[in-house]
Design a protein around this ligand. Structure first.
Ligand SMILES: Nc1ncnc2c1ncn2[C@@H]1O[C@H](COP(=O)(O)OP(=O)(O)OP(=O)(O)O)[C@@H](O)[C@H]1O
Length: 667
């Protein structure tokens, strides 16, 4: 792995974006001449009143954007600026038609004169503020994955050449084999490299429009300039680039071809930055000499201007901002901009472009295969994570094995204590497996779901292919680990030595892991974050455990809860584990053995063996008597196998339905 110093050299490489590289970017012959217009754009949201009390449904309509009109042109990079809360993110969301479920959008948003709504995602890329990657992949593998899906109709050679070229353009060629890493878990590539990697994946198909939400946040000024220059180079090649940005340096600000200033949901200016300086001079707020114009504009349209010195207050500022917006609306700059809006049309050009974008959509089975392979790498490549998972499983197996250690089996038959202990070991199996495997998913899947959601929104694949593939990637682990686990505990605890019994134990442990991971997916799908998933996981697991039949008599359970018993894999899993153990095996009942009862013990081979090991009067009891105590029936083994498969699949399916509902407003 390269040192930080070595990695720094790649950022300088990205500055060497020459015209030749720019020219090469449009290799897919896409028509990129599209102008994005918005007219009288008003966005509102229903907001619950804080003083409305817990049960009140009293809401008010909040206007987030009000009557905004503007235009972003092909071949230009536009800076969308405004102070915090001005409405920049809402503006980007409205244009990209993402995260708009709770918003009411009025006015028109046209691309080349046509209203696209959801279809805008087919001809645009959205570089989001926060970067999410599968950390186990290398930089190159990440781009190869995106190239394989986004350019699946192109030849392997074209895909490779495209990735090579983009790596060079974006300045990541020198770290292409470096593992991306997971923040907080292991070493990662730098923040600037992550940002450029996000951009690289989005520009593989050379999209006509790029939306970038705060692409420079968290970067130092040098890296921020590199990122903006990269976006500018794309614009120079015909792409329409809209980019929200906070406090750009003068150098960065100079890179922008046009500027949109938003304040309190209104437009304070839209047009070339040079005109902005003229406009602010006309409204009595000229840019001071040797002052960063961006800082000046933001300050002038901020509600918080001069609050700290006491020379202004909120009301005065709001009135002043309202006047600036009104003056802009009546200005020659606004008229010039409105004259350039493209008249609404039938959208024939866009229909052709959207049709052409189909060549960038992969076959679902190919996508499934690619996501599965990536999921396998994510699960098994990271040695630290793999080691943690193995040590966790083996550690629990060893602890249970040591607590219930009984290596004497099969020489010496069980006595009553052994029955108690082996039942305890089986109970520990069910619980440890259920919790371990559920949390394995609850800790990892919510993070992966963010990536899947983004890629799904970017049109990389259909949701079912990705979710199924990702779920399948964990299955080899849930098959192999129970084998290792069963082998260790089996011999340490001295369980039923018959091969059939061992096999059924292994199968049952796999099925418990399969159900628990399925339940983990369901919980993760229900939760908005990793933290929420972790918080609700244990309370949701508890009823499954209690209804497993260990601590509750079914006939005393209130009728309205009985259905939980039928969803509890603890119940089916324990019945199969206990049946595997006791179906063909008995024990010597040492609890009641007594010299005085010796005469009542029937003479047979089993009883004789018990008396040989545990003294006269010790009687042999069949395993059925143990199963009866728990109400378990060996005849149910096949039924339980079927039900556990159905539960594991069912939990996953419901999880998938929840996610598809949550992601329904796909952009
Ligand atoms: N779905 C929503 N429901 C209610 N209010 C919302 C919603 N989305 C945004 N807002 C409010 O609208 C205003 C503008 O929010 P937005 O996130 O667009 O601002 P921003 O300019 O991107 O701010 P920042 O720079 O701090 O990210 C804020 O007051 C925010 O609380």
């Amino acid at each position: 792995m390269k040192s930080v110093q070595e990695n720094c050299s790649s950022s300088t490489a990205s500055e060497m974006i020459d015209l030749e590289d720019q020219r090469k970017m449009s290799v897919f012959g896409r028509d990129k001449n599209v102008q994005v217009d918005w007219k009288d754009l008003t966005v509102t949201a229903e907001v619950k009143q804080a003083n409305a009390g817990c049960c009140s449904k009293q809401t008010e309509t909040k206007t987030i954007l009000s009557g905004c009109t503007g235009s972003a042109k092909s071949g230009e990079i536009m800076a969308v600026m405004g102070s915090s809360g001005a409405g920049k993110s809402t503006f980007m969301n409205a244009l990209t038609h993402r995260n708009v479920e709770t918003l009411t959008i009025k006015g028109s948003i046209n691309v080349a004169g046509a209203a696209l709504k959801d279809d805008i995602s087919k001809i645009s890329a959205y570089i989001q503020q926060d970067d999410h990657f599968v950390g186990a992949l290398s930089v190159r593998e990440h781009l190869d994955f995106h190239a394989d899906l986004r350019l699946s109709k192109e030849s392997a050679q074209t895909r490779k050449e495209t990735v090579d070229r983009i790596l060079k353009i974006i300045g990541l060629d020198e770290i292409q084999n470096t593992i991306i890493g997971v923040p907080g878990l292991n070493k990662t590539i730098s923040g600037g490299e992550m940002k450029r990697l996000s951009i690289a994946a989005e520009i593989l198909t050379d999209p006509p429009i790029i939306f970038a939400d705060e692409p420079t946040s968290g970067l130092d000024s040098h890296l921020a300039l590199t990122v903006v220059k990269t976006l500018k180079a794309l614009a120079a090649n015909g792409t329409t680039v809209l980019c929200t940005i906070h406090q750009p340096s003068s150098e960065i600000f100079n890179e922008f071809d046009s500027l949109l200033l938003l304040t309190m949901g209104r437009t304070a200016f839209c047009g070339p930055p040079a005109n902005a300086s003229s406009f602010f001079a006309e409204v009595g707020a000229p840019v001071p000499a040797n002052f960063n114009p961006a800082d000046h504009f933001i300050r002038e349209i901020s509600k918080f201007k001069d609050l700290e010195t006491g020379t202004s207050d909120r009301d005065t500022n709001e009135t002043r901002i309202g006047q600036i917006c009104d003056k802009y609306n009546d200005s020659k700059y606004a008229s010039a901009m409105k004259n350039e809006l493209i008249a609404s049309n039938s959208g024939d050009k866009m229909k052709l472009m959207i049709k052409a974008s189909k060549k960038f959509r992969p076959n679902p089975f190919y996508a499934f295969w690619k996501v599965l392979m990536r999921g396998m790498i994510a699960q098994y490549r990271d040695k630290t994570l793999a080691a943690i998972k193995i040590v966790q499983n083996l550690g629990v197996a060893l602890i249970i094995g040591l607590i219930y250690l009984r290596p004497a089996r099969p020489v010496q038959p069980y006595d009553s204590n052994d029955v108690f202990n082996s039942n305890g070991a089986l109970f520990a199996y069910v619980c440890s497996f259920s919790f371990n495997y559920m949390f394995l998913v609850v800790f990892t899947f919510p993070r992966m779901a963010i990536i899947l959601r983004r890629e799904y929104y970017s049109g990389l694949y259909q949701l079912w292919t990705a979710i199924m593939a990702d779920m399948l990637a964990l299955v080899p682990f849930t098959i192999l680990m129970p084998l290792l686990y069963a082998a260790i505990t089996y011999f340490m605890v001295g369980l039923n030595p018959a091969a059939g019994s061992f096999f059924l134990q292994w199968l049952t442990l796999f099925q418990i892991a399969f159900c628990a991971t399925g339940y983990g997916y369901l919980i993760s799908a229900l939760s908005p974050s990793v933290e929420a998933a972790n918080a609700i996981a244990s309370p949701l697991m508890l009823p499954m455990l209690i209804f497993g039949g260990f601590f509750l008599q079914s006939d005393t359970v209130p009728k309205y809860f009985i259905w939980i018993k039928y969803l509890s894999w603890f119940y089916y899993g324990s019945e199969n584990l206990y049946s595997a153990q006791w179906e063909n095996l008995g024990y010597c009942n040492t609890e009641f053995s007594d010299e005085n009862t010796a005469n009542s013990v029937v003479a047979n081979a089993d009883n004789a063996k018990c008396e040989e090991f545990y003294g006269a009067g010790t009687e042999y009891f069949s395993g059925d008597s143990v199963l009866k105590r728990f109400g378990y029936e060996p005849d149910n083994i096949e039924r339980n196998i079927g039900i556990m498969f159905a539960l594991g699949i069912g939990f996953r399916f419901i999880g998938y339905l929840i996610l598809s509902f949550k992601y329904r407003s796909k952009a």
